[in-house]
Design a protein around this ligand. Structure first.
Ligand code: MEV
Length: 325
Protein backbone atom coordinates (compact mmCIF):
# COMPACT_ATOMS: atom_id res chain seq x y z
CA UNK A 1 0.00 0.00 0.00
CA UNK A 2 1.20 3.52 -0.78
CA UNK A 3 2.38 5.75 2.07
CA UNK A 4 -0.01 8.52 1.27
CA UNK A 5 -2.00 9.80 -1.67
CA UNK A 6 -2.71 13.40 -2.59
CA UNK A 7 -5.60 14.28 -4.89
CA UNK A 8 -6.46 17.71 -6.24
CA UNK A 9 -10.04 18.33 -7.37
CA UNK A 10 -11.49 21.33 -9.23
CA UNK A 11 -14.48 23.36 -8.09
CA UNK A 12 -17.37 24.06 -10.47
CA UNK A 13 -19.66 26.75 -11.79
CA UNK A 14 -23.07 26.01 -13.22
CA UNK A 15 -23.53 27.78 -16.57
CA UNK A 16 -27.06 26.75 -17.59
CA UNK A 17 -29.91 24.54 -16.42
CA UNK A 18 -29.70 24.59 -12.62
CA UNK A 19 -32.84 23.23 -10.93
CA UNK A 20 -34.14 21.81 -14.23
CA UNK A 21 -31.33 19.23 -13.97
CA UNK A 22 -32.90 17.94 -10.74
CA UNK A 23 -35.93 16.93 -12.87
CA UNK A 24 -34.21 14.84 -15.55
CA UNK A 25 -33.32 17.74 -17.80
CA UNK A 26 -29.80 18.74 -18.94
CA UNK A 27 -27.45 21.37 -17.57
CA UNK A 28 -24.06 22.77 -18.58
CA UNK A 29 -21.33 22.99 -15.94
CA UNK A 30 -17.70 24.04 -16.07
CA UNK A 31 -14.86 23.00 -13.74
CA UNK A 32 -12.91 25.92 -12.24
CA UNK A 33 -9.26 26.18 -11.31
CA UNK A 34 -9.88 26.91 -7.61
CA UNK A 35 -9.17 23.45 -6.27
CA UNK A 36 -9.52 21.28 -3.19
CA UNK A 37 -6.71 19.04 -2.01
CA UNK A 38 -7.38 15.74 -0.21
CA UNK A 39 -4.57 13.76 1.39
CA UNK A 40 -5.25 10.16 2.44
CA UNK A 41 -2.83 8.24 4.63
CA UNK A 42 -3.14 4.68 6.00
CA UNK A 43 -2.63 4.36 9.79
CA UNK A 44 -2.30 1.46 12.26
CA UNK A 45 -5.21 2.47 14.50
CA UNK A 46 -8.65 1.18 13.45
CA UNK A 47 -9.85 4.74 13.12
CA UNK A 48 -10.81 7.43 10.66
CA UNK A 49 -9.18 10.72 11.63
CA UNK A 50 -10.00 13.92 9.77
CA UNK A 51 -8.22 17.24 9.73
CA UNK A 52 -10.31 19.76 7.77
CA UNK A 53 -9.50 23.24 9.10
CA UNK A 54 -11.70 25.03 6.55
CA UNK A 55 -14.79 23.45 8.16
CA UNK A 56 -13.45 23.78 11.70
CA UNK A 57 -12.39 20.14 12.20
CA UNK A 58 -9.12 19.22 13.82
CA UNK A 59 -8.43 15.59 14.65
CA UNK A 60 -12.08 14.62 14.33
CA UNK A 61 -12.10 10.86 14.82
CA UNK A 62 -14.42 7.84 14.58
CA UNK A 63 -13.86 4.10 15.01
CA UNK A 64 -14.05 2.24 11.69
CA UNK A 65 -17.09 0.29 12.94
CA UNK A 66 -18.89 3.54 13.72
CA UNK A 67 -18.53 5.27 10.34
CA UNK A 68 -21.69 7.36 9.77
CA UNK A 69 -23.14 6.04 13.06
CA UNK A 70 -23.80 8.25 16.08
CA UNK A 71 -22.97 11.91 15.77
CA UNK A 72 -21.20 12.83 12.57
CA UNK A 73 -19.78 16.36 12.35
CA UNK A 74 -21.34 18.35 9.49
CA UNK A 75 -17.96 18.99 7.88
CA UNK A 76 -17.09 15.27 7.96
CA UNK A 77 -20.27 13.79 6.50
CA UNK A 78 -19.25 13.49 2.85
CA UNK A 79 -15.78 12.08 3.51
CA UNK A 80 -16.97 9.70 6.23
CA UNK A 81 -19.84 8.40 4.09
CA UNK A 82 -17.55 8.17 1.03
CA UNK A 83 -15.10 6.00 2.98
CA UNK A 84 -17.91 3.80 4.30
CA UNK A 85 -19.35 3.30 0.80
CA UNK A 86 -15.91 2.55 -0.66
CA UNK A 87 -15.08 0.03 2.10
CA UNK A 88 -18.48 -1.62 1.72
CA UNK A 89 -18.20 -1.95 -2.06
CA UNK A 90 -14.68 -3.40 -2.02
CA UNK A 91 -14.94 -5.28 1.31
CA UNK A 92 -12.08 -3.35 2.88
CA UNK A 93 -11.21 -1.98 6.29
CA UNK A 94 -8.25 0.24 6.98
CA UNK A 95 -7.44 2.97 9.47
CA UNK A 96 -7.06 6.33 7.71
CA UNK A 97 -5.90 9.84 8.37
CA UNK A 98 -7.45 12.33 5.93
CA UNK A 99 -6.51 15.97 5.46
CA UNK A 100 -8.24 18.52 3.30
CA UNK A 101 -6.89 21.84 2.10
CA UNK A 102 -9.32 24.14 0.36
CA UNK A 103 -8.18 26.53 -2.37
CA UNK A 104 -11.58 28.21 -2.13
CA UNK A 105 -14.07 29.05 0.57
CA UNK A 106 -16.93 26.60 1.15
CA UNK A 107 -19.14 29.72 1.13
CA UNK A 108 -18.85 30.38 -2.63
CA UNK A 109 -20.94 27.42 -3.77
CA UNK A 110 -18.06 26.08 -5.87
CA UNK A 111 -18.97 22.56 -4.82
CA UNK A 112 -16.70 21.75 -1.90
CA UNK A 113 -18.89 18.79 -0.83
CA UNK A 114 -18.71 17.27 -4.30
CA UNK A 115 -14.97 17.96 -4.50
CA UNK A 116 -14.14 16.21 -1.21
CA UNK A 117 -16.40 13.29 -2.12
CA UNK A 118 -14.64 12.77 -5.44
CA UNK A 119 -11.28 13.37 -3.77
CA UNK A 120 -11.74 10.67 -1.13
CA UNK A 121 -12.92 8.06 -3.66
CA UNK A 122 -10.12 8.76 -6.15
CA UNK A 123 -7.65 8.79 -3.24
CA UNK A 124 -8.85 5.46 -1.80
CA UNK A 125 -8.86 3.81 -5.24
CA UNK A 126 -5.24 4.83 -5.66
CA UNK A 127 -4.27 3.77 -2.14
CA UNK A 128 -5.74 0.28 -2.62
CA UNK A 129 -4.61 0.07 -6.27
CA UNK A 130 -8.16 -0.41 -7.52
CA UNK A 131 -8.66 0.79 -11.09
CA UNK A 132 -11.91 2.66 -11.43
CA UNK A 133 -13.47 4.09 -14.58
CA UNK A 134 -14.70 7.69 -14.35
CA UNK A 135 -18.28 6.42 -14.42
CA UNK A 136 -17.55 4.09 -11.46
CA UNK A 137 -16.08 6.99 -9.47
CA UNK A 138 -19.21 8.96 -10.35
CA UNK A 139 -21.54 6.19 -9.17
CA UNK A 140 -19.82 5.77 -5.80
CA UNK A 141 -19.64 9.52 -5.30
CA UNK A 142 -23.26 10.03 -6.33
CA UNK A 143 -24.45 7.36 -3.90
CA UNK A 144 -22.48 9.18 -1.20
CA UNK A 145 -24.06 12.57 -2.01
CA UNK A 146 -27.56 11.06 -1.97
CA UNK A 147 -26.85 9.17 1.29
CA UNK A 148 -25.82 12.43 2.94
CA UNK A 149 -28.20 15.05 1.58
CA UNK A 150 -30.99 13.11 -0.13
CA UNK A 151 -31.14 15.46 -3.14
CA UNK A 152 -28.84 16.53 -5.96
CA UNK A 153 -28.37 15.84 -9.64
CA UNK A 154 -24.66 14.93 -9.40
CA UNK A 155 -23.58 17.57 -11.96
CA UNK A 156 -20.90 18.92 -9.61
CA UNK A 157 -19.37 15.43 -9.27
CA UNK A 158 -19.18 15.12 -13.06
CA UNK A 159 -17.40 18.49 -13.29
CA UNK A 160 -14.87 17.29 -10.71
CA UNK A 161 -14.32 13.87 -12.33
CA UNK A 162 -14.28 14.86 -16.03
CA UNK A 163 -13.06 18.47 -15.76
CA UNK A 164 -13.55 20.97 -18.62
CA UNK A 165 -17.08 21.94 -19.57
CA UNK A 166 -19.81 19.32 -19.58
CA UNK A 167 -23.33 18.79 -20.85
CA UNK A 168 -24.90 16.67 -18.12
CA UNK A 169 -28.26 14.99 -17.49
CA UNK A 170 -29.52 14.08 -13.99
CA UNK A 171 -27.73 11.27 -12.20
CA UNK A 172 -25.21 10.94 -15.03
CA UNK A 173 -27.75 9.64 -17.59
CA UNK A 174 -25.68 11.65 -20.04
CA UNK A 175 -22.22 13.11 -19.50
CA UNK A 176 -20.81 14.77 -22.63
CA UNK A 177 -17.61 16.79 -22.44
CA UNK A 178 -17.81 19.95 -24.61
CA UNK A 179 -14.83 21.34 -26.47
CA UNK A 180 -14.88 25.01 -25.65
CA UNK A 181 -11.96 27.22 -26.50
CA UNK A 182 -12.63 30.19 -24.27
CA UNK A 183 -15.23 31.27 -21.78
CA UNK A 184 -14.65 34.86 -20.62
CA UNK A 185 -16.52 34.83 -17.30
CA UNK A 186 -16.57 37.27 -14.42
CA UNK A 187 -17.74 35.77 -11.13
CA UNK A 188 -19.31 37.83 -8.36
CA UNK A 189 -19.99 36.53 -4.85
CA UNK A 190 -22.95 37.97 -2.97
CA UNK A 191 -21.46 37.37 0.47
CA UNK A 192 -24.38 35.12 1.35
CA UNK A 193 -24.03 31.36 1.72
CA UNK A 194 -26.93 29.44 0.21
CA UNK A 195 -28.02 26.03 1.42
CA UNK A 196 -28.59 24.02 -1.78
CA UNK A 197 -30.90 21.29 -0.36
CA UNK A 198 -33.14 23.98 1.18
CA UNK A 199 -33.42 25.89 -2.12
CA UNK A 200 -34.02 22.65 -4.09
CA UNK A 201 -36.82 21.72 -1.67
CA UNK A 202 -38.35 25.18 -2.02
CA UNK A 203 -38.56 24.70 -5.81
CA UNK A 204 -40.08 21.23 -5.27
CA UNK A 205 -42.86 22.78 -3.17
CA UNK A 206 -43.52 25.46 -5.81
CA UNK A 207 -43.69 22.70 -8.44
CA UNK A 208 -46.08 20.66 -6.33
CA UNK A 209 -48.39 23.65 -5.96
CA UNK A 210 -48.15 24.65 -9.64
CA UNK A 211 -47.52 21.41 -11.54
CA UNK A 212 -48.25 22.65 -15.07
CA UNK A 213 -46.70 26.09 -14.78
CA UNK A 214 -43.49 25.05 -13.09
CA UNK A 215 -43.31 21.88 -15.21
CA UNK A 216 -43.39 23.93 -18.41
CA UNK A 217 -40.90 26.43 -17.02
CA UNK A 218 -38.44 23.59 -16.37
CA UNK A 219 -39.04 22.26 -19.89
CA UNK A 220 -38.29 25.77 -21.23
CA UNK A 221 -35.03 25.81 -19.29
CA UNK A 222 -34.13 22.52 -20.91
CA UNK A 223 -34.84 23.94 -24.38
CA UNK A 224 -32.69 26.92 -23.54
CA UNK A 225 -29.85 24.73 -22.24
CA UNK A 226 -29.81 22.81 -25.51
CA UNK A 227 -29.55 26.09 -27.43
CA UNK A 228 -26.77 27.25 -25.13
CA UNK A 229 -24.89 24.03 -25.83
CA UNK A 230 -24.84 25.02 -29.53
CA UNK A 231 -23.99 28.69 -28.99
CA UNK A 232 -21.14 27.77 -26.63
CA UNK A 233 -19.71 25.26 -29.09
CA UNK A 234 -19.90 27.89 -31.84
CA UNK A 235 -18.17 30.44 -29.60
CA UNK A 236 -21.15 32.77 -30.10
CA UNK A 237 -20.89 34.86 -26.94
CA UNK A 238 -23.61 37.34 -27.90
CA UNK A 239 -26.16 34.52 -28.23
CA UNK A 240 -24.85 32.77 -25.12
CA UNK A 241 -25.22 36.02 -23.15
CA UNK A 242 -28.77 36.46 -24.38
CA UNK A 243 -29.57 32.91 -23.25
CA UNK A 244 -28.01 33.60 -19.84
CA UNK A 245 -30.37 36.54 -19.40
CA UNK A 246 -33.34 34.40 -20.41
CA UNK A 247 -32.26 31.64 -18.02
CA UNK A 248 -31.99 34.19 -15.23
CA UNK A 249 -35.59 35.31 -15.87
CA UNK A 250 -36.77 31.73 -15.56
CA UNK A 251 -34.78 31.17 -12.36
CA UNK A 252 -36.32 34.33 -10.96
CA UNK A 253 -39.75 32.88 -11.76
CA UNK A 254 -38.77 29.74 -9.80
CA UNK A 255 -38.21 31.96 -6.77
CA UNK A 256 -34.48 31.40 -6.32
CA UNK A 257 -33.24 34.88 -7.18
CA UNK A 258 -32.34 37.31 -4.38
CA UNK A 259 -32.04 41.08 -4.11
CA UNK A 260 -28.26 40.76 -3.78
CA UNK A 261 -27.88 38.46 -6.80
CA UNK A 262 -30.15 40.70 -8.86
CA UNK A 263 -28.19 43.84 -8.08
CA UNK A 264 -24.87 42.22 -9.10
CA UNK A 265 -26.49 40.83 -12.26
CA UNK A 266 -27.96 44.20 -13.28
CA UNK A 267 -24.67 45.96 -12.49
CA UNK A 268 -22.77 43.53 -14.75
CA UNK A 269 -25.25 43.91 -17.60
CA UNK A 270 -25.24 47.71 -17.35
CA UNK A 271 -21.44 47.70 -17.43
CA UNK A 272 -21.46 45.87 -20.77
CA UNK A 273 -21.70 42.12 -20.09
CA UNK A 274 -23.22 40.05 -22.91
CA UNK A 275 -25.34 38.38 -20.27
CA UNK A 276 -25.46 37.54 -16.57
CA UNK A 277 -27.24 35.09 -14.31
CA UNK A 278 -27.03 33.41 -10.96
CA UNK A 279 -24.99 30.20 -10.87
CA UNK A 280 -26.04 27.17 -8.83
CA UNK A 281 -28.99 26.86 -6.51
CA UNK A 282 -29.61 30.60 -6.03
CA UNK A 283 -30.64 32.06 -2.69
CA UNK A 284 -27.11 33.55 -2.46
CA UNK A 285 -23.66 32.28 -3.54
CA UNK A 286 -22.37 33.54 -6.89
CA UNK A 287 -23.48 35.13 -10.13
CA UNK A 288 -21.65 34.86 -13.43
CA UNK A 289 -21.37 37.32 -16.31
CA UNK A 290 -20.12 36.66 -19.83
CA UNK A 291 -18.01 39.65 -20.69
CA UNK A 292 -16.17 41.11 -23.72
CA UNK A 293 -12.46 41.50 -22.99
CA UNK A 294 -12.55 45.29 -23.18
CA UNK A 295 -15.42 45.44 -20.67
CA UNK A 296 -13.98 43.09 -18.04
CA UNK A 297 -12.55 45.78 -15.76
CA UNK A 298 -15.68 47.87 -15.99
CA UNK A 299 -17.88 44.87 -15.15
CA UNK A 300 -15.65 43.88 -12.22
CA UNK A 301 -15.80 47.41 -10.83
CA UNK A 302 -19.57 47.54 -11.23
CA UNK A 303 -19.97 44.24 -9.35
CA UNK A 304 -17.82 45.52 -6.48
CA UNK A 305 -19.72 48.81 -6.39
CA UNK A 306 -22.98 46.87 -6.15
CA UNK A 307 -21.66 45.11 -3.02
CA UNK A 308 -20.22 41.94 -4.56
CA UNK A 309 -16.82 40.33 -4.30
CA UNK A 310 -15.12 39.45 -7.57
CA UNK A 311 -13.67 35.95 -7.49
CA UNK A 312 -10.82 35.23 -9.87
CA UNK A 313 -11.37 31.86 -11.47
CA UNK A 314 -10.59 30.21 -14.76
CA UNK A 315 -13.29 27.95 -16.18
CA UNK A 316 -12.69 24.76 -18.20
CA UNK A 317 -10.23 23.53 -15.54
CA UNK A 318 -8.49 20.16 -15.34
CA UNK A 319 -10.23 17.13 -13.80
CA UNK A 320 -9.43 15.52 -10.42
CA UNK A 321 -5.83 14.33 -10.50
CA UNK A 322 -3.23 12.69 -8.33
CA UNK A 323 -0.41 14.89 -7.15
CA UNK A 324 3.08 13.60 -6.65
CA UNK A 325 4.91 13.99 -3.30
C1 MEV B 1 -27.07 23.58 -7.32
O1 MEV B 1 -25.77 24.05 -7.48
C2 MEV B 1 -27.69 23.15 -8.63
C3 MEV B 1 -29.06 22.51 -8.51
O2 MEV B 1 -29.49 22.20 -9.83
C4 MEV B 1 -29.04 21.28 -7.64
C5 MEV B 1 -28.40 20.08 -8.31
O3 MEV B 1 -28.36 19.99 -9.55
O4 MEV B 1 -27.95 19.18 -7.58
C6 MEV B 1 -30.03 23.51 -7.92
Amino acid sequence: MKEQVKVSVPGKLMLFGEHAVVYHYPCIVTAVDQRMQIIVKPIEKKKFILHAPEVGLEDYSKGLRDLTRGRTAKGARFIETGIKNFFQKFKLRQGLRVKTKAGFSAEFGFGSSAAVTVGIIVGLARLFKIKLLKKQVFELAYKTILDVQGVGSGFDLAAAIWGGTIYFVTGGQKISPMRIKSLPLVVGYTGIKADTPTVVKKVAVLKQNNQKLVGSLLAQISLLTNQARKSLLQGDFRKTGELMNLNQGMLDALGVNTKELASLIFAAREAGAWGAKLSGAGGGDCMIALVPKEKRLKVEKAIKKAGGKVIKVEPNAEKAKLETN
